[in-house]
Design a protein around this ligand. Structure first.
Ligand SMILES: NC(=O)c1ccc[n+]([C@@H]2O[C@H](COP(=O)([O-])OP(=O)(O)OC[C@H]3O[C@@H](n4cnc5c(N)ncnc54)[C@H](O)[C@@H]3O)[C@@H](O)[C@H]2O)c1
Ligand SMILES: O=C(O)[C@H](O)CO
Length: 317
């Protein structure tokens, strides 16, 4: 009697929600790397068997990890941003990569709009004002009107265009920054981020991370945004020059910022917490149960397609 084939070995740098772990465990030999006391020894022990890595956006897959896995065929990312995965190393070896696009557009767009509202209408500050009893001493300072502003969206892809659709209900004048103008959009196109920052009241950043966009929101862009301008970043911490941003916030060279993403997450620069012109959020753009379930399902469909010899559902490479 021939032995049943072994379920493919899948390395997980970090866990997924239980509702994903249970079905994945039933189909694959899951290697729980985050639980290994000696991570290097763990890889050395299992490297020859590992055919897939099921990672998360913030955990990625480094060139070093990829090089240490000779049997690797697929990296499936739970998240749309693949800047943490060394795509060049994957392409060089024909390793396929998948992500979870589209299913999270609505949630990330909602958060971008919510953060902008929270920032300009001082919603977290209002909550603190009521809780602390300050209200009994007098009214809260006036906030800034949200509707009817000029909003510039940097990165006009799946999520950026969803943000634009959400904002059209708030009577905004919209512009977007991208390398080429989109024929399917009537909004104002900017080929220069600084020019858009100069034009808009609110700059929402939803570009991919990675080398091409590193520090693209720099001191010049912040200066163009100016003391009445607001920054909202739901992209990656790397797209903003954080030193320049902290200085601009501390000196009120911009009005304020709402940030879902930071450099050095989750141990962010403590200077942010001392500011009263920021709204801070823990990288939770897609963080609803509905969307996380859809993301997990898409990861599993990609793994299933790969090991079933079918075309990948959402390939990146
Ligand atoms: N905060 C969160 O929790 C969260 C959640 C999901 C996605 N994200 C981030 O949002 C990013 C965008 O996601 P998406 O699905 O909309 O991606 P997308 O690929 O559909 O859109 C990105 C857009 O940016 C443009 N672009 C890329 N490089 C550029 C450059 N150098 N200059 C100008 N434009 C450039 C692309 O042409 C594209 O139109 C992801 O890569 C991820 O980093 C964050
Ligand atoms: O890119 C994404 O989907 C989120 O930021 C999580 O990595």
């Amino acid at each position: 009697m021939t032995a049943a084939p072994r379920p493919p070995h899948v390395l997980m740098p970090g866990p997924y929600p239980e509702w994903d772990m249970v079905p994945m465990q039933a189909s694959y030999t899951l290697l729980r790397w985050w639980e290994a006391p000696d991570r290097q020894a763990f890889i050395a022990e299992h490297a020859a068997d590992i055919r897939a890595v099921a990672t998360r956006g913030e955990l990625g897959a480094s060139a070093e990890l990829i090089a240490s896995l000779p049997a690797l065929e697929l990296i499936a990312c739970y998240g749309v941003g693949t800047d943490g995965i060394d795509l060049a190393a994957c392409r060089a070896r024909g390793i396929r990569v998948t992500n979870t696009p589209d299913v999270l557009n609505g949630d990330v767009a909602d958060l971008a709009v919510g953060l902008t509202l929270a920032l300009q209408r001082s919603i977290p500050a209002g909550d603190r004002f009521v809780r602390s009893g300050e209200w009994a001493k007098g009214p809260m300072p006036l906030a800034t009107r949200f509707f009817g502003q000029r909003v510039g969206i940097a990165g006009f892809g799946r999520i950026g265009s969803t943000i634009a659709r959400r904002l059209s209900g708030f009577e905004m004048e919209l512009g977007y920054f991208s390398r080429t103008a989109r024929e399917d959009s009537a909004h104002r196109h900017f080929g220069s981020l600084a020019a858009m920052a100069d034009w808009c009241d609110v700059l929402i950043v939803i570009l991919p991370g990675g080398e091409a966009t590193r520090g693209i929101v720099d001191a010049e862009v912040l200066q163009a945004l100016g003391p009445k301008g607001w920054l909202v970043n739901v992209s990656r911490g790397t797209t903003v020059d954080e030193g320049a941003l902290l200085q601009a916030l501390e000196q009120r060279a911009i009005a304020g910022a709402a940030l879902d993403v930071f450099q050095n997450e989750p141990r962010i620069d403590p200077r942010f917490a001392a500011l009263d012109n920021v709204v801070l959020h823990p990288h939770h753009g897609s963080g609803t149960e509905q969307t996380r379930r859809a993301m997990g399902e898409l990861v599993r469909r990609n793994l299933q397609a790969h090991f079933g010899g079918q075309p990948l559902v959402t390939p990146v490479a």
